[in-house]
Design a binder for this molecule. Structure first.
Ligand code: GAF
Length: 384
């Protein structure tokens, strides 16, 4: 990351001629609890040590000037001209729009940003851009936002400009992450515990299918809508229900005839995944990694067969993982439709297994999968 920091600073100084403040904003992984953050469930993400670096300073004008180091593109406009655009600009402009809508202090500013998160891999580069910028603006204009405020503002920015109705997991992990810990986040109350990540000689290995996932494709929002539709019906059947947390998978099964087929499968998955994540949290704290891994496989099964967010490449990687006893658990991670699987693997076997699975993947899809051993890290911070 030191290279990225140096590069962002230098480019900033070259382009804008002033000295910036610099922020590091991480990507995230998620051990378990998928597609339940927007369903009042529990999730278990961690910030990682890869992410996006922002160099930022006020420019004493009424314009924003942003340089994307990776895209080699500039964005420049008057603050009162902020409106949705295409591509990466939306993640920037959505945050600026939220500052303006909330009446927070904001004036003209300059930014150079870039990072080392593989795009479209499901490591949440979008939340990293949103939270990194929001943290920078918060500091340079003294907006007085807390870390949780920044996460919520960034989530709203994603809803309004890119138009993805995401839950809070990614932005929360980005702001609240702690090195060597996973966060057990209750997405209903926003209470969380940082659990020490003790992997007993295992590592977290991601395998990137290189299938480009695009949450904005609309499928994500469709899932969210199906859950809302299902919950409304289940509330009528089971009076007193306020969220999916109040329902068991058995209750959803009993209501099968009253729900559209896809809506039923989504609701069944959500209630199962909420229970699974609660069990997983106990297992992790009891150091029962093998049992924890079994739940990861079960999550994948549900995401693939009930929630329909997998793809042949992800399913193949999880099937391959089952062939290696040194992999205790494997599943697709994040929104799905591509991106990475997350695997918990015996450290001593990790590189050998990575090579074998990559070879099988190449033989099947003629694509070179990428493998990353992940390290956790801290939530967004200013680099001194
Ligand atoms: C994406 C979303 F941004 C998260 O809020 C979450 O719903 C995740 O998909 C699925 O668990 O990363």
């Amino acid at each position: 990351m030191n290279n990225q920091v140096q590069q962002a600073k230098e480019l900033f100084e070259q382009k804008f001629g002033t000295t910036p403040k610099v922020f590091f904003s991480p990507g995230r992984i998620n051990l378990i609890g998928e597609h339940v953050d927007y369903n009042n469930g529990f999730v278990m993400p961690a910030a990682i040590d890869k992410g996006v670096v922002f160099a930022i300073a006020p420019n004493n004008t009424t314009r924003l000037r942003v340089h994307s180091i990776d895209m080699k593109e500039d964005l420049e406009l008057e603050l009162d001209q902020v409106a949705p655009k295409e591509g990466w600009a939306n993640y920037i402009l959505g945050v600026v729009d939220q500052f303006q809508k909330r009446g927070l202090p904001i004036k003209g500013f300059d930014v150079a940003f870039g990072g080392n998160l593989p795009a479209g891999a499901g490591l949440s580069s979008s939340a990293a851009v949103e939270c990194g910028l929001a943290s920078g603006l918060n500091t340079i204009f003294n907006a007085g936002l807390s870390r949780v405020d920044i996460a919520l503002l960034s989530q709203k920015a994603e809803h309004t400009f890119p138009g993805v109705k995401c839950g809070i997991m990614d932005q929360f992990a980005n702001m609240m992450g702690e090195k060597d810990h996973v966060l057990l986040l209750d997405c209903d109350t926003m209470e969380y515990k940082a659990l020490p990540l003790q992997l007993q000689g295992h590592v977290i290995m991601l395998i990137n299918t290189k299938v480009h996932h695009s949450l904005a494709s609309g499928e994500y929002n469709v899932r969210r809508q199906q859950c809302e539709t299902g919950l409304a019906i289940l509330k009528e059947i089971y009076p007193g229900t306020t969220t999916f947390r109040d329902l068991t998978p058995e209750q959803v099964q009993q209501a099968e005839g009253k729900l559209d087929k896809d809506v039923y499968r989504r609701c069944l998955f959500v209630t199962q995944e909420i229970q699974r994540t609660q069990k997983a949290a106990v297992l992790l704290q009891d150091h029962k990694l093998k049992e924890f891994g079994q739940l990861m496989f079960a999550t994948h099964e549900g995401l693939s067969k009930l929630y329909d967010v997998s793809c042949p490449e992800l399913d193949f990687l999880v099937e391959q993982a089952k062939e290696h006893p040194a992999i205790v658990g494997s599943r697709l991670m994040g929104g799905g439709f591509g991106g990475c699987t997350i695997n918990i693997v015996e450290e001593a076997q990790a590189s050998g297994i990575a090579a074998k699975i990559s070879e099988a993947y190449k033989a099947k899809f003629n694509v070179d999968a990428e493998v990353y051993i992940m390290q956790t890290g801290n939530g967004t911070y200013e680099i001194a």
